[in-house]
Design a binder for this molecule. Structure first.
Ligand code: UDP
Length: 334
């Protein structure tokens, strides 16, 4: 069985679906703070917080866990600056709890959701895995700390891991069973879709004076199902080679904020109300990754190359779930 910590969240639920369809049995753990119970349509589910070691031990005792995929983390960069304690406790301390339970129960394969935020401001583009890692906010630091802890756990306890450093996860399950649903939402594509669908009055572009083609920031958007595929390949790699490693997961091509907004308008046929605002603190002009290593070593083949196709899956999911998202937005505002 594969344990998926954070399997009720955006990326975790897509991985759970894909890996279940491939014939693996899964056990999902989620505290449902940001996750959605309705996203856990596959495998067993336990509502469990990773601070609860006793509960985790029970789960490890009563299920034959072979490997762990770990998606449970807080991911709001701004919040991590304002309240670092929350981030170090959840992303670092609770992950240590999980790793220690794994070691205690002899589970030695770990796939970790890391991030391009561990690189900090890029000194060269595209970013490869050997780029220096100097995160500029507590969120990125928590992820890098776990990467470092994993090196030591491998040496001391033989725990083998794969760090998957995501660029901008985007899109939704093409069957529209699950999708991207955060509250609060801070990401560009869903926020542009909220505006297109009339859920919010406007979308603000954060900065128009960057040194890029059209002055807006450039990011590398990778479809969530392509990310999911890489997790399965990473698991197979650990099963076959039993060797720890780190891989970037991106599309290798950058799209500007303006291009994303144009694409949302094109795909939806709807007009956005765009406001041009100031830069958001901590945003590098360009973040584009090289995923050559994952392609070569893991045999990964991302399928969603066209940004229109990525945005379309997201648009269709958001359109289908518009009322639910709106209701949720109001709930958290009260
Ligand atoms: N962005 C924007 N307006 C928004 C949200 C994001 O202009 O309402 C920009 C942001 O500054 C960044 C890009 O869109 O350059 C992608 O941001 P997102 O938060 O989606 O992902 P990040 O790259 O920060 O992980």
């Amino acid at each position: 069985m594969i344990l998926i910590a954070g399997g009720a969240g955006y990326i975790g639920s897509h991985v759970n679906k894909m890996i279940s369809r491939k014939g693996y049995d899964t056990v999902v753990l989620d505290n449902l703070v940001y996750g959605h119970k309705e996203f856990v349509k596959w495998g067993k589910f336990y509502k469990c917080d990773l601070c609860d070691v006793k509960e985790m031990e029970k789960i490890f005792k009563s299920n034959k866990i072979e490997a762990v995929m770990h998606f449970s983390a807080y991911t709001y960069v701004g919040e991590s600056v304002a309240d670092p304690s929350k981030y170090y406790k959840n992303n670092v301390s609770n992950t240590l709890n999980l790793l220690d339970v794994m070691v205690k129960y002899g589970v030695k394969k770990f796939i970790f959701s890391s991030t391009c935020a561990t690189y900090g401001f890029p000194i060269e583009i595209p970013i490869t895995e050997s780029h220096p890692q100097n995160p500029i906010n507590p969120y990125g630091k928590t992820k890098l700390m776990i990467e470092k802890i994993l090196e030591d756990y491998d040496k001391a306890y033989g725990l083998k891991y794969i760090n998957l450093r995501y660029f901008n996860a985007s899109g939704a399950d093409p069957d529209l069973e699950i999708g991207e649903w955060h509250n609060p939402e801070t990401h560009l594509i869903p926020l542009a879709l909220y505006n297109a669908l009339g859920l919010t009055p406007k979308i603000t572009v954060f900065g128009t004076d960057y040194d890029t083609e059209d002055g807006t920031c450039v990011r590398d958007y990778i479809h969530v199902n392509d990310l999911a595929k890489a997790h399965i390949l990473a698991l197979e790699y650990l099963n076959q080679k039993n060797k720890s490693d780190s891989f970037n997961l991106g599309n290798g091509r950058g799209f500007s904020v303006k291009k994303i907004i144009d694409t949302v308008e094109k795909v939806s046929g709807l007009k956005l109300n765009v406001e041009y605002g100031k830069r958001r603190e901590g945003d590098p002009a360009i973040l584009v990754g090289s995923s050559k290593k994952a392609i070569k070593v893991l045999g990964w083949k991302p399928e969603f190359y066209k940004i229109e196709d990525i945005v379309e899956t997201a648009y269709l999911w958001h359109k289908k779930n518009k009322d639910k998202i709106l209701e949720d937005l109001w709930k958290r505002k009260i």
